[in-house]
Every structure is written in C-alpha cells, then in structure tokens.
Design a protein around this ligand. Structure first.
Ligand SMILES: Cc1ncc(COP(=O)(O)O)c(C=O)c1O
Length: 388
C-alpha cells in the first residue's frame, strides 16, 4: 500500500455513496439502460455547465473526438493540426477518419499547443485544428479561434482532461465549433465506467452527432449515413448527473493543492507547469519537470509516494500511430517540413517528455500530504543536482 497514492477515487466517491446507489437503483427500476431520460437530463446539465447550447452524450472521449472530426467534415486525405504531446486517442481519432495528424510543438511553460506555430502549419488540405487542453490547462483559444476563423477552418477542442477550465473567463468546450470530453473514471468528472460527450453551439453539429452515435439512424431502422454504436448508457448518465454538482468544488480543491505545490517547490530546481494569466486550469494532473527523472521517481517510490508519467513518448514516435502515415511537422523556423518527413522537429516536445512527472493530486488529498511530497521531492532533486 503506498503511503501517498497517485489518486484515490474511493475517497472521492465515498461521500456520494448513497446518492450514487439511489441513481443506479433509479435506472434499474426504469428498465431503460441505453440513452433515455437520465442521459437527456445529464446532457442538459452538462451543456449548461459548459455554457453551450448542445451536449451529445457518448460512450467515451475517443468516440467524442471521432464524431467531432467527422461532423466537422474531416475526410480521408485531409490534415488535422494537433500536438504530439497528448494521449493516443487525439491522433487515433484523426486516423479513424483517414486523415493525417500534422503536429505543432508545445509551449515550454504551459505544455499545451504553441498557437504561434499553427498558421505556418496550415495547408490547403487542413480540414480542422485539434488543440488539447492537456492536464486541464487551457490552450490560448482566443488567439487560436482568431487564426482558425481567418482561414475558415473549424476547431475541435480535446477537453478530455479539462472539465470546467476557463480561458478569458469562458469555459473550455465552448470555444471551438465543438469539443470532446471524457468521463473515464479518473477524470475530473468521472463515470463509474466509460463515457464521453460532444459539446457544441451548432444545432446541425449536434443533430448529426446524435444520428451518428446511433448507427446513423435518421428514423428507426432508416440509416442515412454510416454510423456507430457510440451511445451512453443510462447508468453512466445517472452517475454523471449525480456527480456534476460537485465538480466545481473538486476543481477548486485541485487548484488549491496545485498552488500549494507550486509555492512549496519555488526556489528548487523543479520546474512546475504554468497557466497563462488569461486561464484558469483545473489540474486533472499536476505535472513538474525534473532532471534525471528515473532517480527522482525511484526515490519517491521508495518512500511510498506514487507518481506517473503522462506521457513518456510523443505520438509521432509511436509505431502504431505512424506506420501507415507520413508525419508533417512545423520546423524550428516555422516552415512546414516536406510531406515525407517522419523525423518531426518538435524541440520542446522532445525536451519535455523525458523530464515530466505527475505528482499525486486528487480531491480530498490533505495539505499535509502535499507538503510531505514537496519535502521528499526537494530533497531528491537536490541529491540529483549534487550528483551531476
Ligand atoms: C487528452 C485525452 N484525449 C482523449 C482521451 C480519450 O478519452 P476516453 O478514454 O474516454 O476514450 C483522453 C482520456 O483518456 C485524454 O486524456
């Protein structure tokens, strides 16, 4: 048993136990297990939370990314601009459409898309831009939607790690033409199983996504387009509806603990991820950068502090995501590499991935536990510094 677990879902769910049981029993009694009133009610509540007009509940964040890209018109041969420093699903969704990810680099402080590089990556084949609010840290959406708008290119936000994050006082999920969220159990708003949702202000986008999630049915057994079984189950709708009212307070706790980490690590050789002054991150993960990560992680593990690495290998270096495509990238001088360039030049991505560690952070974690992690981490990085 670790002294400090990486996260503690049981601790978070425990106070809601009776409410969650009641929600699940409601579904059992209703006899309706797929979509239905529980899911409808959750869609309405989540749309309201994100301040958007529509939310289409799905069975995962990956489905939400896939449907989002399809609905925005991404087709075989198209290009979608995104980042390589993200979870595999971001690129998988592009590849499912037969399109090709074009990777731009990340910002060294926020670790999310460097929006300054996007314009140079746009070609006449660019059909969408897919920014990722990684770790719950918003991309500079004000600037990005401005660039995308000038080129008439739709934006799909990967908000799978960013429920409730704000940029310029506006929620993520409402900045692009559409946004994908995941309700994987560990997320800031987690189901008791798989789940996802697509948010949008656009009635047509929402209607097409509703059709595609249900086998492309325009009417019962009338399939006007090739669709999927991407429906949310009623159990997850009922669970998520029950948990949503707590999200804001959980996010506030995460922000508070992140501030404490940041203050406690000040003056050490640990670099912490930064938010921009226009953003309010929700710290799905609290990520720091250290030299000699292996020693630091081992040292923390030896005293019972669990850590993780999200993500050790950028997506342009993953065989499963590159073997059947060629990868373009923006080079250091902001020009786009030739079509067949597989050796993507993403210097910040390359520099960051061997140095990142996610520290324990979850609602209900005590300040004393954060302080203990800080103390051990400070000691370990000092040891590493003296060794080199
Ligand atoms: C950034 C990002 N994109 C996409 C996904 C995919 O979501 P899901 O696991 O619900 O399919 C995840 C979640 O793991 C994620 O973290």
């Amino acid at each position: 048993m670790p002294t400090v677990p990486f996260l503690d879902l049981a601790l978070q769910n425990e106070p809601l136990h009776e409410e969650l049981k009641a929600a699940l029993e409601r579904v059992i009694a209703s006899g309706q297990f797929i979509l239905g009133p529980e899911v409808d009610a959750f869609e309405e509540a989540f749309a309201q939370f994100c301040d958007v007009r529509h939310a289409v509940a799905l069975n995962s964040g990956t489905s939400a990314l896939h449907l989002g890209l399809l609905v925005l018109g991404v087709q075989p041969g198209d290009e979608v601009i995104t980042v390589a420093h993200t979870f595999a699903a971001t690129a998988e969704a592009i590849l499912y459409c037969g399109a090709r990810p074009v990777y731009v680099d990340i910002d060294p402080h926020t670790l999310v898309m460097n929006v300054e590089q996007v314009e140079a990556a746009i070609t006449d084949r660019t059909r969408a831009i897919l920014p990722v609010h990684l770790y719950g840290n918003p991309v500079d959406m004000g600037r990005l939607v401005d660039i995308a708008g000038r080129h008439g290119i739709p934006v799909l936000e990967d908000a799978c790690q960013a429920h409730g994050a704000l940029h310029r006082g506006k929620r993520v999920g409402g900045w692009g033409s559409a946004a994908a969220f995941s309700f994987y159990p560990t997320k800031n708003l987690g189901a008791l199983g798989e789940g996802g949702i697509l948010t949008t202000d656009d009635e047509d986008v929402a209607q097409t996504a509703r059709m595609l999630r249900n086998h492309g049915e325009a009417e019962r057994y009338q399939h006007s387009r090739l669709g999927f079984n991407y429906r949310m189950t009623a159990f997850q709708g009922a669970v998520l509806r029950t948990k949503l009212p707590y999200l804001e307070s959980w996010n506030n706790q995460r922000r508070h603990l992140a501030d404490r980490y940041r203050e406690g690590l000040e003056g050490s050789s640990v670099n912490t991820t930064q938010e921009t002054p226009q953003s309010q991150a929700v710290y799905h993960l609290f990520v720091v950068m250290v030299d000699d990560r292996q020693s630091v992680q081992k040292g923390l593990n030896e005293v019972g502090i669990e850590t993780a690495v999200y993500y050790p290998t950028p997506l342009d270096q993953q065989p499963g995501l590159t073997s059947h495509i060629t990868v373009d990238s923006v080079t250091a001088d902001n020009s786009v590499a030739a079509d067949n360039s597989v050796a993507a030049d993403l210097p910040v991505t390359r520099a960051v991935s061997p140095r990142i560690i996610s520290l324990p952070l979850y609602p209900g974690m005590s300040e004393e536990t954060v302080d203990a992690v800080i103390e051990h981490l400070r000691g370990l990085v000092e040891k590493v510094r003296l060794k080199h």
